[in-house]
Ligand binder design. Structure first.
Ligand code: ZN
Length: 102
């Protein structure tokens, strides 16, 4: 099991080598937006997670606390097809659940 990884605010999500846990400034319109990030596990996978503030949309999405520097997403983030990362992003820190990677 990995230890916590700081979420790093970047302006180029495609920079090489990929920075584990990097994310772009979240952009949210009145209803929804996307949280672009690199998996914190070190696998280098890029993800775009639908986010919202306020009322939850009907589709799979994560609430965002609105903090660009220290984002919190809820609920947990789980990769079901690739590296099997499972964990939380809380106050700008990625953590790993006990079942992450399995
Ligand atoms: Zn990963």
């Amino acid at each position: 099991m990995s230890t916590a990884v700081a979420a790093t605010l970047v302006d180029d999500i495609y920079a090489e080598p990929a920075v584990a846990g990097a994310f772009l400034p979240p952009i949210l319109d009145a209803l929804s937006g996307l949280f672009h990030c690199i998996c914190p596990c070190g696998c280098g996978a890029y993800r775009a997670l639908p986010i919202y503030t306020g009322k939850k949309p009907s589709y799979v999405s994560w609430s965002w606390n609105g903090n660009v520097e220290k984002p919190t997403l809820s609920p947990s983030i789980r990769d079901v097809s690739g590296c099997k990362y499972h964990g939380h992003l809380t106050d700008g820190v990625w953590t790993f659940c006990a079942d992450s990677g399995r």
